[in-house]
Ligand binder design. Structure first.
Ligand SMILES: *Cc1c(COP(=O)(O)O)cnc(C)c1O
Length: 383
């Protein structure tokens, strides 16, 4: 466990700064060298070894945020997750993985695992019993995602961690949606936490990056595979990410506050038939979410009533953008059946509850009254 006991915004602002010893500048200098001294040095530095100064120091900020000993930064969320999986799974091993999962992770498992002879089982649901039922004698890792995309289901992190410990199986979580501002899975016993830093860590829809945080022992194992796979992030972008992360706490707290207000408002809206948000008392896992999250996050989904076309609605929005990704300071909406879940058949989507009316809403930092106004004026135009 990290010794760092600083507050959230202090960690965001200060932990992992690269000190400018020469000029005493207020912010971290960027070290762009791809070649470093090798004689008489403690560390042989090279960008693909994840140990150039900017990479090494920013990893400390991520570790501190996740209450982990160590962390690594990657060129994308998928580089982080694929490297983590391949560090702990080899031929003949088995992965148990949640059925509601980020699409890219599903593709990676289905398309790449057979080439390596790694077995996997997608659970039938997101309850602990579903994970336990999927375990085999060769299971080496359980991977969860909570809250999940796009229906915001909530999985019991502590119970999954305990299941893993009882069975001698490692556990990992995709903590992208909650971010460490709202959820610290290592405190609940999970072994490894991964992020698409493209989302809240970056927060301005202009950086593609990833991260993993864990014990130093696990990170060393991931590093050993990472140096071979080569998924490091350029120091220029590491520096950009450091700058972005200084406001992570401020941004995500504001976005989370906005999302709770909007979820409650949409839930009572006469033209909205359903709202999915773990912060609503009507959410089936509200109590669990409240117990394992410090805030309910800034992602929600909703359905307009029948007869109001969800695509047309998005086209009529003025402020909120219909945009593929999520977690930026600007609010965005998408239709999962046309984007993240477009490759599923209608029947498969029906089975997991993703209707054509479903809209995923990534709530930004704009003023709530303006977001409400935008939604209402778009609905008005549909009549
Ligand atoms: C975007 C995303 C990823 C993948 O991250 P990239 O940075 O796009 O590679 C993984 N998990 C979740 C939950 C995501 O939203």
């Amino acid at each position: 466990m990290s010794k760092i006991n600083l507050g959230l915004n202090t960690i965001c602002t200060h932990v992992g700064e690269v000190k400018d010893e020469q000029f005493k500048g207020a912010v971290s200098p960027i070290y762009l060298s791809s070649s470093y001294e090798y004689l008489d040095v403690d560390v042989k530095r090279y960008p693909r070894y994840f140990n150039t100064p900017n990479q090494e120091f920013l990893a400390q900020k991520i570790a501190a945020l996740e209450h982990a000993e160590s962390a690594m930064i990657f060129g994308s969320g998928m580089a982080a997750i694929s490297t983590m999986f391949l560090a702990f799974l080899k031929q003949g091993d088995h992965l148990v993985v949640q059925n509601t999962l980020y699409g890219g992770t599903v593709n990676f498992i289905k398309e790449e695992f057979p080439k390596y002879g790694i077995e996997y089982t997608f659970t039938n649901g997101y309850k602990v019993e579903d994970f336990e039922a999927a375990l085999q004698s060769n299971t080496k890792l359980i991977h969860i995602e909570t809250p999940s995309n796009p229906l915001l289901t909530v999985t019991d992190i502590k119970a999954i961690a305990q299941l893993g410990k009882a069975k001698g199986v490692l556990t990992s979580i995709d903590n992208t949606f909650a971010s460490p501002v709202n959820q610290k899975p290592m405190d609940l016993g999970v072994d490894m936490v991964m992020h698409s830093a493209t989302k809240y860590f970056g927060g301005h829809s202009d950086i593609c990056a990833g991260a993993v945080a864990s014990s130093t022992e696990h990170i060393e194992r991931i590093w050993n595979v990472g140096k071979n796979l080569g998924g490091s992030l350029s120091d220029m972008m590491v520096w950009m990410l450091e700058r972005s992360m200084k406001t992570l706490g401020l941004r995500v707290k504001e976005q989370t506050k906005n999302a709770l207000k909007l979820a409650k408002w949409l839930n009572k809206h006469p033209k909205v038939s359903k709202v999915y948000y773990p912060g609503l008392k009507t959410h089936p896992e509200y109590k669990l979410a409240k117990s394992q999250m410090t805030g309910f996050g800034a992602m929600l989904s909703f359905e307009l009533i029948d007869g109001l076309d969800s695509q047309l609605f998005q086209q009529k929005l003025n402020l909120i953008k219909s945009s593929m990704s999520l977690a930026g300071v600007e609010s965005t909406m998408i239709s999962p059946h046309l984007t993240s879940h477009a490759l599923l058949t209608q029947d498969e989507r029906d089975a997991v509850g993703i209707s054509n009316q479903l809209i995923r809403f990534s709530v930004g930092i704009e003023n709530v009254k303006d977001l409400k106004h935008d939604i209402n004026q778009a609905i008005e135009k549909l009549k």
